[in-house]
Design a protein around this ligand. Structure first.
Ligand code: UDP
Length: 329
C-alpha cells in the first residue's frame, strides 16, 4: 500500500482527495493544523470510508514539526501539498501572510523531501498563474502573466520552486472548484467569509445574505458577465489520484489544467443554481471587481490524454451539492 502525506488534507479539496485516495487503495496521512478548517472533515472522511484515517497535527511551515512527521512516518511514496491560504481578497490586504505561509510551507516540504529521499509531489496550483490569457481555452503552455493578486503570485513562485528542485512534480492548475461530496459529510469548513461565487449564491439561498452583487455586466462576453470554468470538487479530487499514479510511473516535471473546458458566465451560474435547486436568488448588478479577469476556461486535452482523467459531473449536480452542503453545515 502506497503511503501518501497529504498536507492540508482536512481542508476543502484535501478532504475530498483523501476519500478518493483511500477508495483507490492508497494510505494517506493527513498533515493539517486545522488553522482554517475543522475536525468535522476528518470525522466526515471516517464516516464515508467507515474506517480511521491518520491525522498529524502539524504546521507545514514549521521545519521541526515536519521533521518529526517525516521521521516517524517512515517510507513515504509521495506528497500532495494542499496546505496554503486561499483567499484572494485577504492576500491583497495582507500579502506577507501569503508569502510566509504559502511559499514557506512548500520550502519546508521540499527540504524534508530531500532529506528523507521522497521524490514525488503533487502541488495545488491555480489557473490564476495565467492571469488573463491571450488564447482561450487556455492550455498549459500559455505564459504566466503578471499575477492579479499576491495569492496568484505565490502559486507562480511555488511552481518555479518545483521546477528548480530535483523532485518529480505535478502542478495541478485548478479552475473554479465548487460543490461538495454527495454525502454532505465533508466540505468547505473554512472560517473565512466566503468571497467565491457559488458559496455566496448558497448564502443567499439560505438567507444569510439578501442578494448577491454581480461584479459587472459590461464585459465583452455574450451576457456581459465574467466567464469561468466551474469544476466539481469530487472530479477535482479524483485528478490527484490520477496525477499520483502518473508521477510514480513517469517522474519528471509536469503541469496540468484541471477544469471542465466549459466556460460559464456568472449569470448562467446563478440560473443553474436556481434551476436545479428550484429556488430564486436575488441579485443586483454592481461595478466590476478589481483584479477580475474577463474570461478563462481550460483546454483539458493534456490532462485527458496524460492522466486519463475527465470530469464526470455536470454543473447542475455541483450546484445541487453546494446547496446541500450549505443546508447541512
Ligand atoms: N462574482 C460575483 N459576485 C460575487 C462573487 C463573485 O459576481 O459576489 C463573480 C466574479 O466577479 C467572477 C466569478 O464570479 O467573475 C467567479 O468569482 P470567484 O471569486 O468565485 O472566482 P475567481 O474570480 O477567483 O475565478
Amino acid at each position: 500500500m502506497r503511503k501518501i502525506l497529504v498536507t492540508g488534507g482536512a481542508g476543502y479539496i484535501g478532504s475530498h482527495t483523501i476519500v478518493e485516495l483511500i477508495t483507490a487503495g492508497y494510505t494517506p496521512i493527513i498533515v493539517d493544523n486545522l488553522c482554517n478548517t475543522s475536525h468535522k472533515n476528518i470525522d466526515g472522511i471516517e464516516s464515508i470510508i467507515d474506517a480511521k484515517v491518520k491525522w498529524r497535527n502539524a504546521d507545514c511551515t514549521n521545519k521541526y514539526a515536519m521533521d518529526k512527521v517525516f521521521s516517524e512516518e517512515g517510507k513515504i511514496d509521495g506528497i500532495i501539498h494542499f496546505a496554503a491560504h486561499k483567499s484572494v481578497e485577504e492576500s491583497v490586504k495582507n500579502p506577507q501572510k501569503y508569502y510566509d505561509n504559502n511559499i514557506g510551507s512548500l520550502k519546508v516540504v521540499l527540504k524534508c523531501m530531500q532529506e528523507n529521499e521522497v521524490k514525488n509531489i503533487i502541488f495545488s496550483s491555480s489557473c490564476t498563474v495565467y492571469g488573463m490569457p491571450d488564447v482561450l481555452p487556455v492550455d498549459e503552455n500559455a505564459p504566466f502573466k503578471k499575477a492579479e493578486s499576491p495569492y496568484g503570485e505565490t502559486k507562480q513562485i511555488c511552481e518555479e520552486m518545483l521546477k528548480s528542485d530535483n523532485c518529480n512534480s505535478v502542478a495541478l492548475r485548478y479552475f473554479n472548484p465548487i460543490g461538495s461530496h454527495p454525502t454532505t459529510l465533508i466540505g468547505d469548513c473554512s472560517a473565512d467569509r466566503p468571497s467565491n461565487l457559488v458559496p455566496i449564491i448558497a448564502e443567499c439561498a439560505i438567507g444569510k445574505r439578501e442578494y448577491i452583487t454581480i461584479f459587472g455586466d459590461d464585459y465583452n462576453t455574450p451576457d456581459g458577465t465574467c466567464i469561468r470554468d466551474y469544476i466539481h470538487v469530487v472530479d477535482l479530487a479524483k485528478s490527484h489520484v490520477k496525477a499520483m499514479e502518473f508521477l510514480i510511473k513517469n517522474r519528471g516535471k509536469h503541469a496540468f489544467n484541471v477544469g471542465t473546458g466549459i466556460g460559464v458566465s456568472v449569470l448562467e451560474a446563478v440560473k443553474a443554481f436556481e434551476k436545479i435547486n428550484n429556488l430564486k436568488i436575488n441579485y443586483s448588478i454592481g461595478p466590476r471587481r478589481s483584479g477580475d479577469i474577463e474570461e478563462i476556461y481550460a483546454n483539458v486535452n493534456l490532462v485527458n490524454i496524460k492522466l486519463d482523467w475527465e470530469p464526470k459531473e455536470i454543473l447542475e449536480k455541483a450546484m445541487k451539492s453546494a446547496w446541500d452542503w450549505e443546508k447541512k453545515k
